[in-house]
Design a protein around this ligand. Structure first.
Ligand SMILES: NC(=O)c1ccc[n+]([C@@H]2O[C@H](COP(=O)([O-])OP(=O)(O)OC[C@H]3O[C@@H](n4cnc5c(N)ncnc54)[C@H](O)[C@@H]3O)[C@@H](O)[C@H]2O)c1
Length: 446
C-alpha cells in the first residue's frame, strides 16, 4: 500500500516510519523545508528513542522517503494521513483546525485516483464532516473517503506504542474505506491488536474521552496528594492501595506537579469547548482543567515554602524541564509555570534537562542553563526535581548535599523516599507525603 503522511512532527514522523517498517511504501510530507532537509541528512528534528535507527533502516530499504511536495506525494497514494498540529485556538480554547483544513484543501486539489483520507490529528467531533465537505468542494469529481483514525501513542515510548497499541480505532462511514484501513493495519491486526470500527464522529470523540479521562485520573491523585499532606498520609501508598484494584488500575496515579504536554491541556480545553457548543457540559473535566492550572504555580509556592518562605535573592536548581522524560517536547510543560512563579518571587533559576534544553532555552529567558545536574545544584539554595528522567533517579545524593548552599530537596515526582534523602542530611519535600511534612512544618515555624 502507498501511504502519504502529511505533517512530519511527533505523530507523523513516528507513524510514517512505523508504517514503512510494516512494509508499506511511505512518503512523509512537511511544509517545513528545514525539517525535511534535516531528516534527509539523518538528523531527527525531535528526540524520540529508537526513531533515528527506524528511519535510517526504512530509508535504506527504499520504503520511506521525505518531501515538501505534497501534490506529488498525494497523487500516488492509496491512503493519505493528516497528522498536522491542532493546537489551542487563542482566546477560546477550541482546537485550531486551520492546519487541518489547509492540508485538506491541498490534498483535495492533488487527488488523482481513488484515495482514503485519514485524519490522525486529534480533531473535535464533526471535523471529519468538514473535511469531507472541503474535499467535495475542491474536487467534486474525486473518488475519496474520509476516515478518522485517532492516534494514542505516547511521546517517549512512541514506537512501541505504535507497534503494539492497546487498540486501533477506525471511524468510517464506508465499507470500502474500512477495508482499506484494515489493509493499512494488517500487520498489527495479525499481531492481535484490537481494532475497533466505529462511526466517524464516535472515533473522534473516543480520542478526547481518553485524554480527558487520563487527565482526570492524574488530577484526582494530585488533589488526594494535597489531602495526604494535610492529614499525614502518604500518597504513594494511597496510590498503590487503590491502583491494585483492577477496576482502578495503577497507571496515571502518580502525584506530581500537574499534567502538561502537547495533548492533555489542549485536548481537555477543546472537549470543554465542544461540550459548551452542544450545551452538554462535562463538569468533571471543567474542574480538572481548573485544578491543574492552579497547581502548576502552587508548586512554585511549595518550593518557596521549602526554602523558608522567601525566595528573593536565592538560587533554585531545577532538574527536568520537558513535560515528561524521554522527549524534548516543552509544550505546556509544568516547569514553565513553576519557573515563572519562582522568578516572580525574586529567585534566580538554574536549570538542566537531558534532551529539552534546545527547545527550552527560547521559552525561558533569564534562566541560566547547566550542563549536568551537579553544575545546576552547585551553590543553589534548593534542588527541585520537576521531570523524572532516569538520570535523576540515581543522583549521588551525598555529593548533592555537599554542593548545595542549603540542604533542601524538593522532589515533585516522588522518585526518592524521605529516608534516603534525609540520610545524607537533606530536607525532603515530596508531593503528598504527609509523613515527611514534619520537617516542612519545622521549616515554616523557623
Ligand atoms: N504529540 C503527541 O504525543 C500526540 C499523540 C497523539 C495525537 N497527537 C495529535 O497529532 C497531531 C499532530 O501532533 P504533533 O505533536 O505531531 O504535532 P507537530 O507540531 O509536532 O507536527 C505537525 C507538523 O505538521 C506540519 N504541517 C502543518 N501543516 C502542514 C501542511 N499543510 N503540509 C505539510 N505539513 C504541515 C508542521 O510543519 C509540523 O512539522 C495533533 O493533532 C496532536 O493533537 C499528538
Amino acid at each position: 500500500m502507498r501511504i502519504a503522511m502529511i505533517g512530519t512532527g511527533y505523530v507523523g514522523l513516528v507513524s510514517g516510519a512505523c508504517f514503512s517498517d510494516f512494509g508499506h511504501a511511505v512518503i512523509c510530507v512537511d511544509k517545513d523545508a528545514g525539517k525535511i532537509e534535516k531528516i534527509e541528512r539523518g538528523v531527527m528534528p525531535i528526540y524520540e528513542p529508537g526513531l533515528q535507527e527506524l528511519v535510517a533502516t526504512n530509508v535504506k530499504a527504499g520504503r520511506l522517503s521525505f518531501t515538501t511536495d505534497l501534490a506529488s506525494a498525494v497523487a500516488n497514494a492509496d491512503a493519505v494521513f493528516i497528522a498536522v498540529g491542532t493546537p489551542s485556538r487563542r482566546g477560546d480554547g477550541h482546537a485550531d483546525l486551520s492546519y487541518v483544513f489547509a492540508a485538506t484543501r491541498e490534498i483535495a486539489a492533488a487527488l488523482r485516483k481513488p484515495t482514503v483520507i485519514v485524519t490522525k490529528s486529534t480533531v473535535p467531533v464533526g471535523t471529519g464532516d468538514d473535511v469531507e465537505r472541503i474535499v467535495r468542494e475542491v474536487a467534486p469529481n474525486a473518488q475519496a473517503w474520509v476516515v478518522s483514525n485517532p492516534e494514542f501513542l505516547r511521546e517517549g515510548a512512541a514506537i512501541a506504542d505504535f507497534k503494539r497499541p492497546d487498540r486501533i480505532v477506525i471511524g468510517s462511514e464506508d465499507e470500502h474505506a474500512s477495508s482499506m484501513m484494515r489493509e493499512v493495519y494488517r500487520p498489527l491486526y495479525l499481531n492481535q491488536a484490537p481494532i475497533l470500527f466505529t462511526g466517524r464522529r464516535t472515533a473522534e470523540l473516543i480520542k478526547y474521552a481518553a485524554n480527558a479521562f487520563l487527565a482526570t485520573k492524574i488530577t484526582f491523585i494530585n488533589e488526594l496528594a494535597d489531602l495526604c499532606e494535610a492529614t499525614g498520609a502518604d500518597v504513594q501508598d494511597v496510590s498503590r492501595g487503590i491502583g491494585l484494584d483492577n477496576r482502578i488500575g495503577s497507571k496515571f496515579l502518580h502525584a506530581g506537579p500537574g499534567y502538561g504536554g502537547s495533548c492533555f491541556p489542549k485536548d481537555t480545553l477543546a472537549l470543554l469547548k465542544t461540550a459548551e457548543d452542544y450545551q452538554s457540559p462535562i463538569r468533571i473535566v471543567e474542574a480538572v482543567v481548573q485544578v491543574n492550572d492552579t497547581r502548576k504555580r502552587a508548586m512554585g509556592r511549595k518550593v518557596i515554602r521549602a526554602m523558608g518562605g522567601d525566595a528573593r535573592g536565592k538560587t533554585v536548581a531545577v532538574l527536568g524541564l520537558t513535560f515528561k522524560p524521554n522527549t524534548d517536547d516543552m509544550r505546556d510543560a509544568p516547569s514553565l509555570a513553576l519557573i515563572q512563579a519562582l522568578k516572580d518571587a525574586g529567585a534566580e533559576v538554574r536549570a538542566y534537562d537531558p534532551e529539552g534544553l534546545e527547545q527550552a532555552k527560547p521559552m525561558l529567558p533569564g534562566v541560566e542553563f547547566a550542563d549536568d545536574p551537579y553544575q545546576a545544584a552547585a551553590g543553589a539554595d534548593a534542588l527541585v526535581i520537576v521531570t523524572e528522567w532516569d538520570e535523576f533517579r540515581a543522583l549521588d545524593l551525598k555529593r548533592v548535599a555537599s554542593i548545595l548552599a542549603a540542604p533542601v530537596l524538593v522532589d515533585l515526582r516522588n522518585i526518592y523516599t524521605p529516608a534516603e534523602v534525609e540520610r545524607v542530611g537533606l530536607q525532603y519535600h515530596g508531593v503528598g507525603r504527609g509523613i515527611a511534612l514534619e520537617a516542612e512544618r519545622q521549616n515554616d515555624a523557623a
